[in-house]
Design a protein around this ligand. Structure first.
Ligand code: GKR
Ligand code: MG
Length: 424
């Protein structure tokens, strides 16, 4: 009987992998990005896997959650969720990034539920012999499109912890076009996003124009991560109107976005001002945002993402997906849920091209024409490479990074950097 199969062991392994010197509104990425790999082992010897944030506060709540899932059937998702909501609370003392909602400890319960749910769905799929997407109602597309996610960047990290990446410097419009060209040549992406909020808006708009001219017809997005004031965002709107597909989080707050909406014909997109159902209700009433960037890691899992998609449909909002630095397990979870959502109206974001290392068997996930094929094998469709896991865990132990801190990292390059937001 499948109901007799229970979770008997939980393994939580923090890992660190190389990440580029990517600039953003908060500062710059550190040389090492952290994730946690969670494995649930069952009484019949199966292993379900999941990938989530690996900062210290998250590791502590994952540790607390360990006992909550022991003894449950992988099919007991509702019971798991109830237990987590009862036990997991926000944690004090975390470094929280406004631009990265996954760092908010108010979302601890949702983050843990998501982590456990993905591993449990992986187990369910293995038990019944179906890919996760089938457990989510079946696929509405065979492959999930992602966008080319460009960053302003330096050629190498301060203190040179390892050899520089192959992308080179990305600061001028010409360098940004070259970065896009390389990413599209390698992966075939059919839309482009630039992470902004780094330089004077005029420079970032010049980069968007250069992309527009270099890639005619390709949808473009710019995301200043709320580092522009409302006035700056309004002033930039007329020029961006003819360049962009959507205008992502230029200024802070739902009210700011609602005011901006009156001054642009572009749909406004967000992964910053709507990150909970409470925000959703207020945002929908205000009509400020037209595209929601979901993220199963902090919205509470794959099923919660489907609920969100239904809410978006009801309120006539477009939908896409947000991303932070991640590896292939997260990419496959995103792919399964995205394949099950009819109203996923835009190519999803992914940082994946910036990651050189992997933790799954077979190495890096392949993209075909900018899309990831939805697996047809049982469960998540990917397995852990234990040797690589051990290596990435060893990197975690030696790298010294325990919390993502782009601000402190930026001060190594520019000691006077304030991180003031909005800066422009
Ligand atoms: O990793 O630098 C970054 C991104 O800026 C990330 O933190 C954001 O959360 O990619 C994200 C976004 O779209 O806002
Ligand atoms: Mg964003």
């Amino acid at each position: 009987m499948t109901r007799d199969i229970t979770v008997t062991q939980v393994r939580i392994t923090p890992i660190a992998f190389r990440d580029g010197p990517l600039l953003n509104a908060a500062g710059i990425h550190e040389p090492w990005a952290l994730r946690a790999i969670v494995e649930l082992e069952t009484s019949d010897g199966r292993v379900g896997i999941s990938e989530t944030y690996g900062d210290e506060p998250m590791l502590r709540v994952l540790e607390q959650a360990r006992t909550l899932v022991l003894g449950l059937s992988p099919f007991d998702l509702n019971r798991m969720e109830e237990r987590v909501r009862g036990a997991i609370k926000p944690s004090p003392g975390a470094v929280e990034f406004e631009l990265a909602p996954g760092s908010h400890t108010a979302k601890n319960a949702a983050k843990v539920i998501s982590t456990l749910e993905v591993a449990m769905l992986d187990l369910q799929g293995q038990i019944v012999g179906a890919p996760i997407v089938d457990l989510l109602g079946g696929k509405v597309r065979d492959a999930v499109p992602y966008s080319a996610y460009l960053f302003f960047k330096y050629a190498e990290h301060v203190d040179q912890p390892y050899a520089p990446d192959a992308w080179g410097e990305g600061l001028s419009p010409q360098q940004i076009v070259a970065q896009a060209r390389r990413m599209i040549d390698l992966y075939g992406f059919q839309s482009i996003k630039l992470k902004g909020g780094v330089f004077e808006p005029a420079h970032e708009i010049a980069c968007m124009r250069a992309l527009y001219e270099a890639f005619p017809g390709l949808p473009l997005r710019l995301d200043p991560n709320a580092n522009w004031t409302l006035e700056t965002s309004i002033a930039a709107a007329p020029e961006l109107d003819e360049l962009l597909e959507y205008y992502e989080d230029p200024c802070p707050g739902l009210a700011g976005m609602a005011e901006l909406a009156k001054h642009t014909r572009l749909p406004l997109a967000t992964n910053m001002v709507i990150t909970t159902m409470d925000d959703f209700r207020r945002g929908a009433e205000m009509g400020s945002v037209k595209v929601l960037l979901s993220d199963h890691h902090y919205w509470g899992g794959l099923r919660a993402t489907q609920t969100l998609a239904r809410m978006c449909k009801l309120w006539d909002l477009g939908m896409s997906m947000h991303s932070n630095s991640h590896l292939g397990i997260s990419l496959m979870a995103m792919t399964h849920v995205a394949a099950s959502i009819p109203n996923l109206t835009y190519a999803c974001d992914t940082h994946y091209p910036w990651q050189e290392e992997e933790v799954i068997k077979g190495g890096r996930v392949a993209f075909d024409n900018g899309a990831v094929r939805v697996p047809t094998t049982p469960g998540l469709g990917v397995e852990l490479d234990r040797e690589r896991l051990a290596e990435l865990h060893a990197q975690y132990l030696s790298c010294g990074v325990r919390n993502r801190d782009d601000l402190t990292q930026m001060r190594k390059y520019e000691p006077g950097f304030t991180g003031k937001n909005p800066r422009f």
